[in-house]
Design a protein around this ligand. Sequence first.
Ligand code: GLU
Length: 324
Amino acid sequence: MVKSQSSNYRGRFAPSPTGPLHAGSLVAALASWLDAKAQRGKWLVRIEDIDPPRCAVGADGWILKQLADCGLHPDSPPVWQSQRSALYVTALEQLKKTGACYPCSCTRKQITDRLNAQGVPPSRHHIAVYPGTCRPKSPLAVHPASVTPPLAERERPVAWRFQTQQHAHFDWQDRRLGSQQQRVATEVGDFVLKRADGLWAYQLAVVVDDAEQGITDVVRGEDLADNTARQIALQQALGLPTPRYLHLPLVRDAGGEKLSKQHGAMAVQTDTPAQALDALQSAAARLGLSRAVGRGDSTSLAEALHGWCQEWQEKWQTLMEGPD
Ligand code: GLU
C-alpha cells in the first residue's frame, strides 16, 4: 500500500452493460472500491456501452442498482461512454494529425486471406495479427486526413488503426502480476481505434476516459491484462499519463471457465440487505478477505465494508498472492 499517494487516488469500475453483475464482476467492483477507499481515494463508475449490439437493454440500470444495494456508491455521478463520443473524436483527430493512425479498408476475409498467403496462422487468442496491408509505406507518414479524407474513406467505410512502432517494447509493473512486457507490433499488430461500422474501439475509449476522469489506478480482472500494453502505447501517443495497474485473479466456474455473461453466469441477487451482504461475502471470500463479523449475530453492509477496507489496507498484497 503506497500511503503517500492516497490523496490523489482515483479508481474506477468500468462494466460493459452486457448483463447484470455476476459473481465475477462483483469481485472487480468490490476490489476496485476497496482499493480506492483503503487509500482514501475516489471511486468512479463508468458504463462502457460503446458496442450497442453487445449491450443488454436495462443492464446499466440493473448494474447501478446492484452496486447501490451493496453499498458501493460512486463519488461522482456515473458516466456512459455512449455519451462521450466527442472526446473520442478529438483524440482520433489528434492521432491522425501526428500520423499515429491510418485508415484501413480491409475486410476480415481479406486479412485472413493475406495471412494464409503469407503462411501465418492466426496466433494470439485465435485473432489475426493485422498484416499491415493498409499501413502507409513511410513510417509515421502524416495523413492530411482531418482535411481531406483519404480515397479509401470516400469510397467505402474504413476502420482507423493505430500505427504501432515496429520495435516498441512496452514494459510495465502490475501491482499483482509484477513486471510485464509486450512487443505490441509483433504480438498484437496495428489495432483498431474506430471500426468501419463507425463504433469506437474499447482501447481508444478506455484510454481517453481514464485520462479525462483523472484515473490514477486501474483495478480489473486479469483477462484484461493483455490490453495494457496497447493502452500504454496509446497514452504515450496522446501525451496522457499512465495509471498504475492491478489485475485481479479471475473468478472461474466449477469447470475452470472464467465466469462471464457469455457463459451464462447468473446475476448476483442484491434486492434485500441480506442478499446483498451474502453476495458481498462471496466476493470478499474470493479476494481472500475474512468473513465479515459484526456486533452480535448480525453484520450490517456498512460494517462489513468497513472491516474489509481495513483488512485490504493492511494486507492486500498478501491477499492477492493467494491461490488463483
Ligand atoms: N468494460 C470492460 C469489461 O466489462 C472493463 C474495461 C476495463 O476495466 O478496462 O470487461
